[in-house]
Design a protein around this ligand. Structure first.
Ligand SMILES: [Zn+2]
Length: 252
């Protein structure tokens, strides 16, 4: 018998747990957090910056250029002005080509919902932007109904911890939302609560479309700098690996 049999063994499961933990940490460093499979507990922050609801709904077009996806907040929905992409979708959809029609479907704006929330168990990150699926937003509306006492789950001192359980994947993904009964404060002191609120982002800024010229530049593969149009050479143009799939957004 070896004399080192008492040596501690490395537990492979612990490695897997560590990997998941690292992934969760990475997710928290991203600009916004998407719900992982399993349970997420969070305290959604109250509406800020003149918002009516604790969430904002953002209509975004995703235009694929090879490996790169360009996101364009829809000016038609959010600024009540003509949207270059929507106009183009209309033309594609009217085409007899099935490729054009598929491209039109891909370009249709999708609605994303965002909240600011404190993630329970990850309080050290302050407030995080969390992207929630539509189904969860609908369940949130039910939870705040008069039948349930119009509970303001966002209250910073007497709100509620919401538990969202994500199961399945792809088309089979399901979300169930439950609310804890006992009140929950974001932090023990007013000062700490204010510090958490100070880390919340202005979600309404997500709903502000770029200027039309910036949209055109972006669709042409030119970089758009914050606060102004322009720049960069054709070298910055994204590779177009699937030309027939590339939305011809500039040939109108
Ligand atoms: Zn649009």
């Amino acid at each position: 018998m070896s004399s080192i049999t008492k040596f501690p063994k490395y537990n492979i499961e612990a490695a897997s747990d560590a990997r998941e933990e690292m992934q969760a940490e990475d997710d928290l460093r991203k600009p916004y957090y998407t719900l992982p499979v399993g349970a997420t507990k969070l305290h959604i922050l109250p509406p800020l910056n003149g918002q009516t609801h604790p969430w904002v709904a953002v209509s975004t077009h995703f235009a694929k250029f090879g490996q790169k996806t360009i996101t364009i907040v829809c000016p038609r929905v959010h600024a009540k002005r003509a949207c270059h992409v929507c106009t183009h979708i209309g033309k594609l959809a009217a085409s007899h080509s099935s490729v054009d029609q598929d491209t039109a479907k891909e370009l249709n704006a999708t609605v994303g919902f965002f909240v600011n929330a404190q993630i329970i168990g990850k309080e050290e990150f302050g407030s995080k932007e969390v992207r929630l699926p539509k189904g969860v937003i609908e369940q949130l509306a039910d939870i705040a109904s008069p039948d349930l006492g119009n509970c303001d789950y966002t209250d910073v001192q007497a709100g509620r911890v919401l538990i969202i359980v994500k199961t399945g994947s792809g088309m089979e993904t399901k979300y169930t939302l439950t609310m804890r009964n006992e009140p929950h404060a974001l932090a023990k002191t007013d000062e700490d609560i204010e510090a958490i609120l100070a880390t919340a982002t202005d979600l309404t800024a997500k709903c502000v479309p770029m200027a039309d010229q910036d949209i055109l530049d972006r669709l042409a593969g030119r970089e758009v700098r914050r606060g102004g149009s322009t720049a960069v050479s054709a070298a910055a143009r994204p590779a177009m690996s699937a030309p027939h799939k590339t939305p011809r957004l500039l040939d109108e």
